[in-house]
Design a protein around this ligand. Structure first.
Ligand SMILES: Cc1cc2nc3c(=O)[nH]c(=O)nc-3n(C[C@H](O)[C@H](O)[C@H](O)COP(=O)(O)O)c2cc1C
Length: 266
């Protein structure tokens, strides 16, 4: 009897130990997923709001290889007014200096299709164009951003701190013909890239509808919607959609649904 009891005690102690180890392991695993978030946790909130940045203060992005041919996409918003919907978009690709040796540069938010390179915002703009039949307009800067990723993030940060208005080389011929603007941009330091601010201030959006789509690597819309609302107080701002850059290529259905639900096609 005594022996049976001590076996039972040993068994109970062992079971408790197993449970304790198990619980610790679980704690660790949830710690790890928070560890994932810890990586996000190291991310400091820069003045930009909810920027997702790494410990060095750099925005977090998916790293991909770049290719050689990156030209500013063609604009179809030539003022002819084939549609009352304008899809205006800004992207790093088309707005940076690709040098000859670009293959050697590891970069982000670049999609390769053969030798063609497109930014995430461009992929999304093409999806929006397919859904709406709207005119495409690429917001292009006079001065290009450095091809090297960090050079761009640094420059963008300086522009944001200085509240700069980078000059644009592309202009919508006749904004009057558009009553709806699907505005597509990457999240830069928690909000709109400064060239998009230049774009929004260049035209009168009073009475027009703006549908914002932000591509990002963690910060989602950031504070871009409230920034658009304060730059264009007389525009009707509809609910935005955020798409992670790495998901941009497969976001067709999501973009379609968002546009259909927005009511702009009715
Ligand atoms: C200058 C710069 C700043 C960025 N800041 C952020 C940020 O604050 N939060 C975030 O989630 N992603 C940030 N990103 C990542 C981009 O928003 C993301 O990669 C996006 O999909 C790029 O779109 P694009 O290829 O059209 O330029 C930043 C990228 C750059 C180049």
């Amino acid at each position: 009897m005594e022996r049976k009891n001590s076996t039972k005690r040993i068994f109970t102690v062992m079971l408790s130990l197993i449970l304790l180890i198990g619980a610790t392991a679980c704690g660790n695993s949830s710690g790890q997923s928070e560890g994932g978030q810890d990586t996000i946790g190291q991310i400091e909130d820069h003045s930009a709001g909810d920027s997702t940045v790494d410990s060095a203060g750099e925005p977090v992005v998916a790293e991909r290889e770049t290719g050689t041919e990156a030209e500013a996409p063609e604009n179809t918003a030539d003022g002819v007014g084939t549609s009352n919907i304008l899809i205006a978009y800004f992207s790093r690709v088309g707005n940076m200096d690709f040098d000859e040796d670009i293959d050697a540069v590891t970069s982000a938010s670049v999609n390769m299709d053969g030798s063609n390179v497109s930014g995430n915002a461009q992929l999304l703009a093409e999806m929006a164009q397919e859904t709406t039949g709207g005119d495409l307009f690429f917001i292009e800067t006079v001065e290009k951003y450095p091809a090297e990723y960090r050079g761009t993030t640094d420059q963008a940060k300086t522009e944001q701190n200085d509240d700069a208005r980078p000059g644009l080389s592309s202009h919508v011929e006749n904004m009057d013909v558009y009553d709806t603007i699907v505005l597509i941009y990457p999240n830069w330091w928690g909000t709109l890239p400064q060239p998009v601010v230049t774009f929004l201030e260049e035209y009168d959006f009073s009475g027009k509808t703006i549908l914002p789509l932000c591509t990002h690597e963690g910060s989602k819309m950031g504070r871009s919607e409230s920034d658009i609302a304060s730059i264009c107080p007389e525009a009707q701002l509809l609910d935005g959609l955020s798409v992670r850059g790495s998901d941009a290529g497969s976001a067709q259905t999501e973009v379609e649904e968002w546009i259909n639900n927005s009511g702009i096609l009715e």
